[in-house]
Design a protein around this ligand. Structure first.
Ligand SMILES: C[S@@+](CC[C@H](N)C(=O)[O-])C[C@H]1O[C@@H](n2cnc3c(N)ncnc32)[C@H](O)[C@@H]1O
Length: 269
């Protein structure tokens, strides 16, 4: 199959990131974006490594910075060692989808009618634009750990790591994933607005792994060697993955599309 697996569009329209995501929210979870599917597969390895790497005493406070529709916030809500989850995003539209999805999951888990009702972490969602404010909100400070998946494509690295280093306790851990620069050099995030037929694109940057690692270090965030000792994982799409990732991934076979890893904040930062 060729690029025709992507929905067709009449024209491309660049919108401010928050406005683009407010519109994308309606179909973000259902429009067959293969990078999310790849991220979900890779988190099966990276997320357990992340949990194991958190050294501070339980129970933990964990932030999801740029939580979107709560796709990965959901993972945090299943972990008994977590006391509080704070989910932040600059798009009200994305956060509204997250609110209903996460509230539903929370209700299901705690419902007396559920056979194995279990306590879930306290959940706080808040609109927060890391470009508009130099510091994180009070609700997101002194965290044991942060996850941020597929977000840094939209922000300068210095902005992002400055926020994360203010959010984390010394010794705290960041789980970071993003579109790889090999893909970002050719493409960027976007969706086809069913109402207008336009391809909508937010602001995007193609950050290389080397730039990410170097900028993180300036803010005292050092790559954590994971259980596998791999440092930063980089993933290309291969032929065997197309069935799982969906038809839109086929044109990316052979291209490195995703990277992810863990960073620890130096104890003295
Ligand atoms: C591709 S989505 C990823 C959402 C979610 N983390 C996931 O993995 O599905 C990128 C998210 O980053 C958010 N974002 C972009 N710029 C931001 C900013 N300046 N401050 C906070 N969130 C931002 C967007 O609103 C959007 O929800």
């Amino acid at each position: 199959m060729s690029a025709s697996a992507d929905p067709s569009f009449s024209s491309i329209r660049y919108l401010p990131t928050n406005e683009a995501y407010d519109r994308w929210a309606v179909v973000y979870d259902t429009d067959g974006n293969f990078l999310q599917a790849l991220d979900t597969i890779e988190l099966k390895t990276l997320f357990p490594e992340f949990l194991q790497s958190i050294k501070s005493p339980k129970s933990w406070r964990i932030m999801d910075l740029g939580c979107g529709t709560g796709r990965n916030t959901m993972l945090l809500l299943t972990i008994p060692d977590i006391e509080e989850v704070v989910a932040l995003d600059s798009s009200k539209g994305m956060l509204e989808v997250a609110r209903s999805r996460l509230q539903q999951a929370d209700d299901d888990a705690g419902s007396p009618s559920t056979e194995q009702a279990r306590a879930t972490p306290k959940l706080h969602l808040e609109v927060f634009d890391m470009l508009a404010s130099p510091s994180p909100p009070a609700s997101a400070q002194n965290a044991d750990a942060v996850i941020s998946t597929l977000v840094i494509e939209h922000v300068p690295l210095s902005t992002f790591f400055s926020q994360v280093s203010q959010i984390l306790k010394p010794g705290g851990v960041l789980l970071l994933t993003n579109m790889h620069a090999h893909m970002g050099g050719i493409s960027q995030a976007g969706f086809v607005d069913a109402e207008t037929g336009e391809k909508i694109r937010p602001t995007s940057y193609a950050h290389s792994v080397a730039d990410v690692v170097a900028e993180a270090a300036k803010y005292g965030l050092i790559v954590e060697q994971t259980g596998a000792g791999a440092g930063i994982y980089e993933r290309a799409v291969d032929e065997d993955m197309v069935e799982k990732l969906g038809p839109r991934s086929r044109k990316w076979v052979g291209v490195t599309c995703w990277f992810g890893g863990l960073f620890r904040k130096r104890a003295n930062e």
